[in-house]
Design a protein around this ligand. Structure first.
Ligand SMILES: Cc1ncc(C[n+]2csc(CCOP(=O)(O)OP(=O)(O)O)c2C)c(N)n1
Length: 295
């Protein structure tokens, strides 16, 4: 079987020297996205850590980007894909040219500030791929809690741990009945790229990919451990890799024996204050969720 490195184009459209933090999973994600979607793509970029390679000079992202406010990155998909349609109709660009339109936003944009815009673009089934880079807080402005921050997690605005639960954005997006929703992880690149290729090659419509993105800076773990933490999230069953293809749900990876959630929580400084009771309550939630995912 060919490895991912053999399958993807050699050409790099995301370059080294970028301003992302050491150990940031966003660098890997941007490489896979740009290699899979190619030069003929346009990004609608919200204010997020991911915008830094696109806007800080010299740019490390070699594809056209609209750098727009936090809320309207999904509306960027709407506008750009409508413009492409009109330009094709007028013959200004070849009708058969495949141009991938995508939006990139953090969990704060996608789940909080831009949620109405995201829901609107999904309900209209506008043509593009939306990536939620979920590092579970507003990282770019100093690690403030978002609706995607998990319960009990330390952030600079929840210094005693966040009392509320994490919003389940992929499930909310699946409820929009769009052609494709998938959860992905930077520790599973083959699964990531396969799902992205599927979204790219599908009929026009709104596709949503939710990227679990461990952040060494905000989650308080050493920068060499990003992939390890990402893998532990999947092996403990906390982060479930699944896809909803035209309404049909499929779990893509079922750990043979789920590791205890403590293995994932303990290496992260943001969960340092958790009691055994808190840990057990997280374990119970995971067990319940897997019961729902039996089929
Ligand atoms: C409406 C609005 N509020 C606040 C900001 C300031 N701001 C810029 S980036 C950012 C953090 C974004 O967090 P998230 O969307 O989770 O992405 P991350 O930085 O974690 O990648 C904030 C709050 C903004 N640009 N616009």
């Amino acid at each position: 079987m060919r490895t991912l490195a053999e399958t993807l184009p050699k050409e790099e459209l995301f370059h080294s020297g970028h301003p992302l933090c050491p150990g940031c999973p966003g660098g890997m994600m941007l490489r896979w996205i740009t290699k899979t979607l190619g030069k003929n793509s346009i990004c609608s970029m919200a204010a997020t850590c991911m915008a830094l390679p696109a806007m800080v000079y010299p740019h490390s992202l070699e594809i056209p980007c609209l750098y727009i406010a936090m809320a309207p990155s999904p509306a960027g998909i709407t506008g750009v894909s409508a413009a492409i349609k009109i330009l094709k109709r007028k013959g200004r660009i070849p009708a058969d040219r495949k141009i991938s339109v995508f939006a990139l936003a953090g969990d704060g944009s996608a789940g909080d500030i831009g949620m109405a815009s995201l829901s609107g673009a999904a309900e209209r089934n506008d043509d593009g791929i939306f990536f939620c880079f979920d590092n579970e807080a507003y990282m770019n402005t100093g690690i403030q809690r978002s609706s995607s921050t998990p319960r009990f997690s330390w952030t600079t605005s929840t210094i005693k741990g966040k009392p509320e639960k994490k919003k389940d954005l992929p499930r909310i997006m699946a409820a929009h009945d769009i052609p494709y929703v998938a959860t992905v992880s930077v520790a599973y690149p083959d699964d990531f790229v396969r799902k992205l290729e599927k979204a790219r090659d599908m009929e026009p419509g709104f596709k949503y990919l939710h990227v679990h993105s461990p952040c060494p800076t905000g989650w308080r773990f050493p920068e060499s451990k990003t992939i390890e933490i990402a893998r532990l999230a999947v092996e403990t069953g906390l982060w479930i890799l699944y896809e909803v293809d035209h309404g049909s749900l499929k779990v893509n990876f079922r750990p043979e024996k789920r590791r205890p959630i403590e293995d994932y929580l303990r290496p992260q400084g943001r969960f340092r204050e958790l009691s055994q009771k808190d840990i057990q309550s997280i374990q119970d939630r995971i067990d319940n969720r897997w019961r729902d995912m039996r089929n």
